[in-house]
Design a protein around this ligand. Structure first.
Ligand code: NAD
Length: 498
């Protein structure tokens, strides 16, 4: 896979065909009203295909199919071992179709195909495999009642899980929701982001090929205000797992209040701080990881380390290192394995990023980047950009930009750094670089974030929960804890003659 050249990827892209209909009740179908929307490659501006634009009627059909499948029990009441073997087959099918899935995400939203082929698509296979292997090793409980009573505390699937996902990691976000929900025995209706629906549609086809029964996994592509809202308001959806912006996460909580009070699990935005202390013994590594933390995936990462707090005595030297590293992350064709950063997902997001940069030129010190550029005279790209001396109250330090824009903020003391890092509406992730073990524990304890990485950035695995605090939401993906979202506790109390 890693041996593919730029020409190989381009040739594969030429030959690629797209699934562009909704996947409902085991079949690809058009939207009920026949409507479609353009799926555009942001690296070229070309229309890849026109995708079914689902509305309330299509969401109704998908939820009804999911409910029928749940009640039929072929999946929901199957032995965990049976679900496990189907999901293991799906993991293998994802591996067998790795290049295609990687290309779909790269063409759809501009990420580097090499990253999609080495991180996103293998990650998807790994997470399906992980939940498959976990699901037949989880025991329920027996309550400590007296003789004559046997109280079983069981975890049961909820029914129909609605999942609404963003465009920045299309295949992985679809996987994080559906792998756990399906393993637990639920039916799923997934609404992928309108910017990047293609890999989710292919995933649904692979799931059917693996043996996931008809109606258990449905995909309804479409816009947020139509398909997303219809799913959020649906009275027969038992739970809504959402990843996306904080603004839309709040809307889903309102949809639940206005409809059937379904639990909503929002995993939302971030403005993650990265604290570099002067006692960090390996500043080169800290700088390399800080650059990765903000420029990976064009900065379109919820946990991107977009606020860099540097202790004042090392600040000038550290910023010099960051400028040199930024130069090595110049954007290029996402299909070229030599490229270090890809295209921005669409014009609206590019304009938003450039708006922050233009305003920032007046309030902070732009030390590198700052321009929108093209590659081969086309596409939407933004240079890796660093602002130094950013004031704590500046929008550059407070708003989620969701692009390759880093804000450097100097600090003097540990208390000051922690106070500034915590003074944010977000609390998704944070990083700390220090060789002082006590400081590492102290600061990790003090930071309000779902994940604190010490001497690394963005630490993440199938075994550990991922999610936020404050307005980064409270849903948790990954790990066994994710299964809590997709199951209910049920007590079965049996009286017997002791
Ligand atoms: P978004 O909130 O605009 O869209 C997310 C999803 O919600 C999409 O499927 C969209 O169609 C749908 N949607 C939009 N408006 C809607 C509405 N009015 N009603 C119902 N559904 C609606 O987010 P995005 O731009 O796709 O993704 C970027 C955001 O996602 C960033 O804020 C990022 O931090 C966040 N994100 C968070 C995590 C996490 O785990 N915390 C992971 C990845 C991305």
């Amino acid at each position: 896979m890693l041996d593919l050249t730029h020409d190989d990827w381009k040739a594969r892209a030429e030959r690629l065909t797209f699934r562009n209909q909704a996947f409902i009740a085991g079949r690809f179908v058009d939207a009920a009203d026949g409507d479609r929307f353009d799926c555009i490659n942001p690296a070229t501006g070309e229309v890849l295909t026109r995708v079914a634009s689902c509305k309330a009627a299509d969401v109704d059909a998908a939820v009804a199919a999911a409910r029928r499948a749940f009640e039929a029990g072929h999946w929901s009441r199957a032995a965990p071992e049976a679900r496990k073997s189907v999901l293991l087959r799906l993991a293998e099918l994802i591996r067998a179709n790795l290049a295609e899935l990687a290309l779909l995400d790269s063409l759809d939203m501009g990420k580097l195909v090499t990253d999609a082929a080495t991180i996103d698509a293998p990650g998807s296979a790994h997470f399906f495999q992980w939940y498959a292997e976990a699901i037949d090793k989880i025991y329920d409980e027996v309550a400590p009642t007296g003789p004559g009573d046997l109280a079983l505390i069981r975890r049961v699937p909820l029914g129909v899980v609605g999942a609404v996902t963003p465009w920045n990691f299309p295949l992985d976000m679809a996987t994080w929701k559906s792998a756990a929900a399906l393993a637990a025995g639920n039916s799923v209706v997934l609404k992928p982001a309108e910017q990047s629906p293609l890999s989710a549609l292919r995933l649904a086809e692979l799931a059917a090929e693996a043996g996931v029964p008809e109606g258990v996994f449905n995909v309804v592509p479409g816009f947020g205000e139509t398909a997303g809202q219809a799913l959020g308001l649906h009275g027969d959806v038992d739970c809504l797992a959402f990843t996306g912006s904080t603004v839309v996460g709040k809307l889903f909580m309102q949809y639940a209040g206005r409809s059937n009070m379904k639990p909503v699990w929002p995993e939302t935005g971030g403005k993650s701080p990265n604290l570099i202390f002067a006692d960090c013994g390996n500043l080169d590594q800290a700088a390399e990881m800080a650059a990765f933390g903000i420029f990976f995936n064009q900065g379109e990462t919820c946990s991107a380390n977009s606020r860099l707090y540097v202790q004042r005595e090392i600040r000038d030297a550290f910023v010099e290192k960051m400028i040199a590293l930024a130069a090595a992350h110049q954007p290029g064709d996402p299909l070229d394995p030599a490229s270090k950063m890809g295209a921005i997902v669409d014009k609206a997001q590019t304009d938003r990023i450039m708006g922050f940069i233009e305003a920032g030129r007046r309030t902070a010190d732009l030390v590198c980047g700052g321009r929108q550029v093209t590659v081969g005279d086309r596409g939407l790209y933004v240079e890796p950009t660093i602002f130094d001396d950013v004031a704590h109250h500046d929008p550059l330090a407070r708003e989620e930009i969701f692009g390759p824009v880093l804000s450097v903020i100097p600090f003097d003391t540990e208390e000051e750094a922690v106070a500034m890092a915590n003074d944010s509406i977000y609390g998704l992730a944070a990083s700390v670089w220090t060789d002082d073990l006590s400081r590492a524990h102290r600061v990790a304890d003090a930071l309000h974030a779902g994940t604190v990485s010490v001497n690394t950035v963005d630490a993440l695995s199938a075994q550990t929960p991922f999610g936020g605090m404050k307005q980064s939401g409270f849903g948790r993906d990954l790990s066994l804890h994710s299964l809590d979202k997709y199951t209910a506790l049920k007590t079965v109390w049996i009286k017997y003659r002791p």
